[in-house]
Write a protein that binds this ligand. Sequence first.
Ligand SMILES: C[S@@+](CC[C@H](N)C(=O)[O-])C[C@H]1O[C@@H](n2cnc3c(N)ncnc32)[C@H](O)[C@@H]1O
Length: 353
Amino acid sequence: MTKSKNSNLHKARKLKCDEFYTTLSDIEKELKHYKDYFRDKIVLCNCDDPRISNFFKYFSYNFEFLGLKKLITTCYKNQQIDLFTQHIDEKAIYLEYIGDKNDNRVPDSNEGDIKNLKGDGDFRSKECIELLKEADVVVSNPPFSLWREYMAQLIEYEKQFLIVGSLNAVTYKEIFPLIKDNKIWLGHNNGAKEFNNNVGNIVKFGNIGWFTNLETKKRYEDLILYKKYYGNEAEYPKYDNYDAINIDKTKDIPCDYYSNMGVPISFLDKYNPEQFEISALGNSRENFTPNKDYINPKKHTKDDRIVNGNAINCVLTIETDKKPYGIVYYTSNNSKYLVPPYARILIKRKTNI
Ligand SMILES: C[S@@+](CC[C@H](N)C(=O)[O-])C[C@H]1O[C@@H](n2cnc3c(N)ncnc32)[C@H](O)[C@@H]1O
């Protein structure tokens, strides 16, 4: 991911700037893989102003094709009919759509039942939770600033879902265990995406995924492994504080190695639970237990400052004899130079067949 795309996402989270809208083409590209799930189902889009949401557009226009029973869309706070919601009004509306009534095969404005919500349409409110209970499948792009809570609610109410989120969410302490235990996984189209923002511009984020608990065939496709570990050991350094080899790119996972490996989080896009098992996240002591503690660790910043380096005791790290140049590295009383790779997931091949 480029730095600017990453910092866009960071800013969105920090400023609670949740107003960016999923494009119809991204929704179509992803939803086409799940069409069998929607027959006779009630779909809820609960962060979606029906007047502007492409999720509403997709499901209302494909209502008959998918065989839906009902589509419910709730919007947050605003009732102004302009292009982008400004949250001027504290009251919100919701819309129920049960299909085309006049056989013209498009959802006309008089075919949806628009109702007032008592409150502001917060997905956590009692009335919105009642709608959630009624729904079979929840599909949306929720506010990034409330993403953990949003996911926790879907899990609590045992809903099926397909939602957009930052791929960095896989490292959240509430989310990673769900991924590890195969309760949620990534959908099909993960990576860079464009959204419309609330002033009508396009914003790009580099690290976006679809999170779901709907089964897909893709999830059981084997990752083809072609590289060898034995004979190429130098390409796969062992961590200094954990018994595993480091792999920088998912495509470089060797075909002849059956012990622990640390892989980038983008591996999850290719993760087949029949081929691999996930054991831990490599960047928090809550998840993995390092086999070594660094004494008096120091962090050396890119601009040559030396600061407290305790963080090195919570991440996988690689030791090197050569002084690193132009990157952050660590030293300690009981090591040489230490360079932690970017966030890693610890995995293992499942069988040796
Ligand atoms: C990332 S935007 C996505 C909008 C829409 N789902 C889409 O994909 O185009 C998240 C939306 O959630 C709404 N929102 C913010 N806080 C909310 C809350 N507490 N409950 C429900 N929706 C909320 C925002 O107004 C915003 O429109």
